[in-house]
Write a protein that binds this ligand. Structure first.
Ligand code: ZN
Length: 325
C-alpha cells in the first residue's frame, strides 16, 4: 500500500477574513468548511479557539483541500507570529491550472496587486510564483489532473484551479527526506539544477491522477525555517480508507519512523510523523470527506463542530471573530 498523492496541506494565517478573501476572491477556491482546531482541545476549552478553514473544489475532494489556522478571537489576533520559510518545512504550495492558463493568471494576480514571478519552467511544466496575503509562497502550474474545478467562484471555469499540483519541501538532508517519501511509496523521477541556488529532485506518487508531485528543493546553505503565519505547517498524503491507513502506519513504523496513533479528524482519519529534517507529514484517509456533516449546497457557510464541542457552541460562536463569506 502506497499513498496516492496529496490529501491536503495545512498552513498558518494571520487573519481569518484576509484569508477567506484571498483564497476565495483571488484564487477562486470554495470555502468548504468553517470549524475550529480539534487537535489541541486545551486551546478551545481553556484558552482561545483557533479557526480551521478549509478551501477546495465543490466538496473539497482529497487533492484539492488547503486548510488554514488563523486566530479565532480578537484576543488572539497577533498571537501567531510571522514565520520564515526555510529548511525543515514544506516551503511552497502548488495548484494546477489547465494548459494555456498561465497568462490569464499572471494578469489576474497582477490586477489584484499580487507581485508575480514567471512564467518559469520546472520539469517541463510552466509555472508562476507569488505569495499569498501573509507572504506564503504559492505556485500555479499548468498540468494534467482529473479534478473538476469549483465554477461558482470569480474565475472562469476554463482557467479555474483544479486542486493541487504538488508541494515543495526544503530538506536539511535531501537523502533522508527522500527516504521518508520513498517509505510512503513515492518515486524519484528527475533532477534539475539551479546554478548557485540548489537542486530539485522531483518525486511522484505512482499511478496518482492528481496532486501527485513533491519537489525536494535542496539548498544546503539556506537558513532553517520558523513556524508562523506565511508558512505551511504540514503536507498530508492520501489513502482511500482506515484499513489502508493502518497498513501505511505499520509500514512506516517498520521503517523506524515515530508515527502517532490513528486520530479521528471527523472528515478523515490521520496519522502524523516527522521526516529526519523535522518536516511534518500526515497521512489521511479519503473517507468520509467534508460532506459528512453538511450537504454540498450548504458547505462553508456555518460553523461546524465535532460532537464533543457542540455543547460549547454558543460560547464559541460568541467569541469567534465574525467572517464574511
Ligand atoms: Zn492535516
Amino acid at each position: 500500500m502506497t499513498v496516492s498523492g496529496i490529501h491536503h496541506m495545512t498552513c498558518y494565517a494571520s487573519d481569518p477574513q484576509e484569508n477567506v478573501d484571498f483564497y476565495t476572491e483571488v484564487l477562486g477556491l470554495r470555502l468548504v468548511k468553517q470549524t475550529v482546531l480539534f487537535s489541541n482541545p486545551a486551546e478551545v476549552f481553556e484558552g482561545e479557539p483557533i479557526y480551521h478553514l478549509y478551501y477546495g473544489n465543490e466538496i473539497g475532494e482529497p487533492g484539492t483541500a488547503v486548510t488554514f489556522k488563523p486566530p479565532g478571537t480578537e484576543a488572539t489576533r497577533g498571537a501567531i507570529a510571522e514565520g520564515e520559510v526555510g529548511r525543515g518545512q514544506v516551503s511552497a504550495t502548488a495548484y494546477t491550472v489547465p494548459e494555456g492558463s498561465v497568462e490569464y493568471w499572471h494578469d489576474r494576480l497582477t490586477d489584484h496587486g499580487v507581485e508575480v514571478h514567471g512564467p518559469k519552467e520546472r520539469f517541463g511544466d510552466r509555472l508562476l510564483q507569488f505569495r499569498d496575503h501573509d507572504g506564503l509562497p504559492v505556485e500555479i502550474f499548468e498540468g494534467e489532473t482529473d479534478v473538476e474545478p469549483w465554477t461558482d467562484g470569480p474565475v472562469p471555469a476554463e482557467h479555474a484551479i483544479r486542486g493541487f499540483y504538488g508541494a515543495t519541501l526544503r530538506p536539511h538532508n535531501a537523502l533522508e527526506t527522500g527516504g521518508a517519501l520513498e517509505a510512503l511509496g513515492l518515486e524519484a523521477v528527475g533532477q534539475e539544477f539551479t546554478p548557485q541556488r540548489g537542486d530539485w529532485t522531483r518525486y511522484v506518487a505512482p499511478g496518482a491522477t492528481r496532486a501527485k508531485y513533491i519537489d525536494l528543493y535542496n539548498t544546503p546553505n539556506f537558513h532553517e525555517g520558523s513556524w508562523g503565519y506565511g508558512t505551511v505547517h504540514h503536507v498530508a498524503f492520501r489513502v482511500p480508507d482506515e484499513a489502508a491507513l493502518r497498513t501505511v502506519r505499520e509500514r512506516l513504523r517498520g521503517d523506524g519512523y515515530a508515527v502517532t496513533a490513528m486520530k479521528d479528524r471527523k472528515y478523515f482519519t490521520s496519522v502524523y510523523f516527522r521526516d529526519p529534517s523535522g518536516i511534518n507529514i500526515e497521512v489521511a484517509s479519503a473517507e468520509p470527506g467534508f460532506t459528512v456533516d453538511e450537504t454540498p449546497d450548504e458547505m462553508g457557510r456555518e460553523l461546524k463542530l465535532p460532537a464533543y464541542l457542540e455543547d460549547r457552541r454558543e460560547q464559541l460562536e460568541s467569541r469567534l471573530i465574525d467572517i464574511d463569506v
